[in-house]
Ligand binder design. Structure first.
Ligand code: PHE
Length: 451
């Protein structure tokens, strides 16, 4: 191996990096909007159930795989399947995650680019009353050159942090960005709650409307918990491989999931009351953040400053997630292809950029190119969320449940038996990953494919 293996320096560093990966655009716009269109608190309750029963066990499993192998996502399965039946085949499944990370990052960096564009426009105090925000969004997302430039800037920032390595790059910068993000989101939520008419937004968020719940709602809740926790695509495995052997990975998983949910709720409280106070529609989708929010800010006192704050928040959330996606590919290149960190970043970033450019252009100039009835952007989004992530997640749990022995699994969770974890909890966890998770994930995949 070309380099000595890096690791996170402190427990706090691990936690902010993991939270940084989990908290992203998924929390900031997707969660509030899904809550809005799927029965309010009913969705939140379903989301929490999915989180506890499927996503948390999967996350813990990724921790076990990553930390036990101390390797990139491909190397992890290669190492752990050695000497097992069909070990050669199982040893290759990590490659799917490298591809998944590439696919997600290609469209994620386009949206990340928009956030930088909006920060620049907000700093230029462009978001004033009377502006046609639909048109601003069209211009920022569908022009031929502008979004490409911002996608490149977004990827370059991601790359610079990743080049610096785990402790001196990822840990150091997420440690600064995440607490700032936290403070800013709380400020925005509190501010939003003081707006006249905010109560309706809160009622909308927190009153369960069970009549609106369908099987589709359950699917959305599960899918959201996958995407939001960054599971099923090797990011947790990769980050966990840099976690020291004495850390408690069970509590780390629980803390990450807790922080991720907290951020989603805070984002909901920052956005929904404002949306209702200004009579906008909550089911706006991507437009909710890029069209409605600047419009709302333009009508508020100090709105110009708030708009800068909001889009910086969105940028931070997006970039700490993209860093974790790039690291999946970079760790693979370093350890399996024996390249330097710099060369690995250069190659993976270039590949992502090519796909990112195609995704971006598919919203404008290449709008008539369709893949399975979708734009290239939509195709990448659907491919990762509906196929690659659930597939990855299912392979991970089946591998850990059926190829790793109880002893191996528990040994990693209890740090070689030096830590006490309730035997009942261990048994339940083992049952969930052996039976419940694979079955539910297959069902979800089937239903979402047949849709
Ligand atoms: N969890 C991130 C979000 O909520 C997205 C993400 C998915 C990041 C998969 C890394 C891996 O936006």
């Amino acid at each position: 191996m070309g380099e000595k293996r890096d690791s996170f320096g402190s427990k706090f560093g691990v936690l902010v990096a993991l939270t940084g990966s989990a908290v992203g655009l998924g929390n900031m716009w997707r969660f509030p909007y899904l809550v809005g269109t799927n029965g309010g608190a009913a969705f939140i309750i379903l989301y929490l159930i999915c989180l506890l029963v499927i996503s948390m066990p999967l996350m813990i499993t990724e921790f076990v795989i990553g930390r036990r192998s101390q390797a990139n996502v491909f190397g992890a399965f290669k190492t752990l399947s050695q000497g097992k039946k069909h070990g050669k085949v199982w040893g290759k499944i990590g490659f799917i995650s490298v591809i998944t990370a590439l696919v997600i990052l290609s469209f994620y960096s386009v949206v990340g680019g928009w956030t930088i564009d909006y920060v620049c426009q907000a700093i230029g105090f462009k978001f004033t009353q009377g502006v046609d925000y639909e048109q601003v969004f069209q211009y920022s997302s569908t022009s031929a050159v502008r979004p490409l430039v911002f996608t490149l800037i977004f990827l370059a920032i991601t790359a610079i942090v990743v080049i610096m390595g785990i402790q001196k790059g990822i840990e150091k910068y997420t440690k600064v960005m995440m607490p700032m993000l936290f403070v800013m989101v709380i400020f925005l939520a509190v501010y939003s709650l003081t707006l006249k008419g905010a109560g309706e937004g809160i009622r909308f968020l927190f009153l369960p409307k069970w009549s609106e719940v369908t099987i589709q709602t359950v699917l959305e809740a599960l899918g959201q918990s996958f995407f939001s926790l960054s599971i099923g695509c090797g990011t947790i495995i990769t980050y966990a491989s840099y976690v020291k052997k004495h850390e408690n990975i069970l509590t780390l998983s629980a803390e990450t999931a807790f922080m991720d949910t907290l951020f989603a709720l805070l984002a909901g409280m920052a956005i929904m009351p404002a949306v209702f106070a200004f009579g906008a529609t909550p089911s706006e989708g991507p437009g909710l953040v890029f069209v409605i929010i600047p419009q709302i800010f333009s009508q508020l006192p100090m709105g110009g400053v708030l708009a800068i704050l909001f889009f910086v928040v969105l940028f931070f959330a997006a970039v700490t997630s993209s860093i974790s996606l790039l690291e999946v590919m970079v760790a693979y290149m370093i350890e399996e292809r024996h390249l330097s960190r710099k060369a690995s970043v250069a190659i993976t970033m270039s590949l992502t950029l090519v796909l990112g450019v195609l995704c971006s252009l598919s919203l404008g100039v290449l709008g008539n190119v369709h893949l399975f009835g979708n734009s290239i952007f939509g195709f990448m989004d659907g491919l990762s969320a509906n196929i690659l992530m659930p597939l990855g997640g299912m392979l991970f749990v089946v591998f850990a449940g059926w190829k790793l022995s109880d002893k191996e699994y528990f040994d990693e969770l209890t740090n070689g038996g030096s830590m006490h974890i309730s035997p009942i909890l261990l048994k339940v966890l083992r049952f969930l990953i052996r039976y419940t998770s694979p079955v539910v994930i297959i069902l979800i995949m089937l239903v979402s494919l047949l849709k």
